[in-house]
Every structure is written in structure tokens, then in C-alpha cells.
Design a protein around this ligand. Structure first.
Ligand code: HEM
Ligand code: HEM
Length: 175
């Protein structure tokens, strides 16, 4: 059945296509890096709007769970008895929010770093630098989480992010 609507899928893959080249062009002094960073920020902004206006599984209210719920889910994962979620599972939901926040903060810090107001401040450069590496760590964790969940529930989540479709929920699944 359909889970991820078209904007969710499109924004995800455009985010990947802006963030990866933005990272790679980090050392460049022309404006390519900056424009890729602004494009990534625009995707984040669009995703925030869609997280309020979008279809059921696109909404933050649907997948951002409280700390107690998330911890209970994490211990269920460790015990290999995590239920399948049709939308993002609680850890995946927090990962989505953290990734979006990290990209947003990266673009903001880059923008401020080249602004007349804060140009050349070392602390801002280091903020940008550290966030850049934090993003690498988060993406690695994100990919590991996607691979693990795909394996645990025998469902290709990458394909689902392309087609939008996932297997219909069973009785024990969280919808
Ligand atoms: C997705 C967004 C972004 C990512 C992943 C990113 C990543 C990076 C990385 C990895 C570096 C290299 C740091 C180093 O090793 O020296 C860098 C440098 C830089 N970034 Fe970004 N960045 C982003 C957005 C932006 C934006 C929006 C701007 C400005 C509008 C910007 C301005 C700069 C500048 C000026 C440097 C060079 C700093 C220097 O070497 O003096 N970045 N960025
Ligand atoms: C720069 C790299 C990446 C970033 C910043 C990123 C960010 C995100 C975000 C924000 C979401 C939440 C989707 C939403 O609700 O809008 C997500 C989900 C997802 N991403 Fe990525 N992603 C990256 C790379 C990748 C790659 C390379 C793959 C595949 C190989 C991938 C596969 C997925 C999948 C399958 C989901 C859905 C997970 C689930 O079923 O809950 N991502 N990603």
C-alpha cells in the first residue's frame, strides 16, 4: 500500500543530491558550494512545511514520538522483538528530525560565516566544520538503521522510498 507520498520521496532524493555535492565542494572558494547549501536548506524548509500539511505518514505528528515511547522501542529493537511500523519507526523518526536539523544548521552557519556581520569568525568556521562531520556520522547511522530495519522486517525500505509502497500491515504492526 501507498505510504510515502510524492513530495516526501522527491524531497528525500533531492536532499541527497544537494547535500552530498555540498559536502564534497566544502573546500571550494567559488559559489558552487554555497548555492548547493542554499538548495539543501530550501529542501529542508519545504519538508518542514510538508511535515504539517502533507499526507498521513509525511506528518511529524505521526512519527515523532515521546522519549518514553522511543526508549521502549529501542529496547525492543535490542531484544529483536521490535514491531514493524508502517511509517517511520520512533528511532527513524528522530533520525529524520535530526538530519533535517543538522542540514538546516549547516546552511545557517555557512550563510552567517560569509555574511558581513560574522565574516571570518573562527568559532563559526569550527561550528560549520563540526556540523559537517556530525552529518557524516548521522548519515552513516541513518544508512545502518535503514539496512538493519530492512533486514529485521524483511522489507526493502530503500525501494519503498522510491516507489512509496510498503507491504500492507499485519496484525502486530503499528499503523
Ligand atoms: C548542506 C549544507 C552544507 C554542507 C554539508 C557543508 C559542508 C562543508 C564542508 C564539509 C566544508 C569544509 C570544511 C573544511 O574542512 O575546511 C565547508 C566549508 C565551507 N562552507 Fe559549507 N556546507 C554547507 C552549506 C554551506 C552554505 C549554505 C554556505 C554559505 C552560504 C557555506 C559556506 C562555506 C564556506 C565559506 C566554507 C569554507 C570555509 C573555509 O575554508 O574558510 N556552506 N562546508
Ligand atoms: C545525505 C544523505 C541523506 C540524508 C540527509 C537523508 C535524510 C533522510 C530523511 C530526512 C529522511 C526522512 C524522510 C522523510 O520523512 O521526509 C530519510 C528517510 C529515509 N532515507 Fe535517507 N537520507 C540520506 C541518504 C540516504 C540514502 C543514500 C539512502 C538509501 C540508500 C536513504 C534511504 C532512506 C530511507 C529508506 C528512508 C526511509 C526510512 C524509513 O523507512 O523509515 N537515505 N532520509
Amino acid at each position: 500500500m501507498k505510504v510515502w507520498d510524492r513530495p516526501v520521496r522527491l524531497l528525500h532524493w533531492v536532499l541527497v543530491l544537494t547535500v552530498v555535492p555540498a559536502w564534497v565542494t566544502g573546500g571550494r572558494t567559488d559559489s558552487v558550494h554555497e548555492w548547493l547549501g542554499y538548495a539543501a536548506a530550501a529542501v529542508v524548509a519545504a519538508r518542514l512545511v510538508w511535515g504539517v500539511l502533507g499526507s498521513r505518514y509525511a506528518r511529524f505528528r505521526q512519527f515523532v514520538r515521546g522519549p518514553a515511547w522511543t526508549l521502549r522501542y529501542a529496547s525492543a529493537v535490542a531484544a529483536h522483538r521490535a514491531p514493524r511500523y508502517l511509517g517511520h519507526n520512533p528511532l527513524g523518526g528522530w533520525m529524520a528530525v535530526t538530519l533535517l536539523a543538522c542540514v538546516g544548521c549547516l546552511s545557517l552557519s555557512g550563510f552567517l560565516y560569509i555574511s558581513d556581520w560574522l565574516w571570518g569568525y573562527a568559532w563559526l568556521y569550527w561550528t560549520h566544520f563540526v556540523l559537517g562531520w556530525l552529518l557524516v556520522a548521522l548519515v552513516a547511522l541513518h544508512l545502518a538503521g535503514v539496512a538493519f530495519s530492512s533486514w529485521q522486517h524483511r522489507e526493502n525500505l530503500v525501494r519503498a522510498m522510491v516507489t512509496g509502497k510498503k507491504a500492507a500491515p499485519g496484525e502486530a504492526d503499528v499503523v
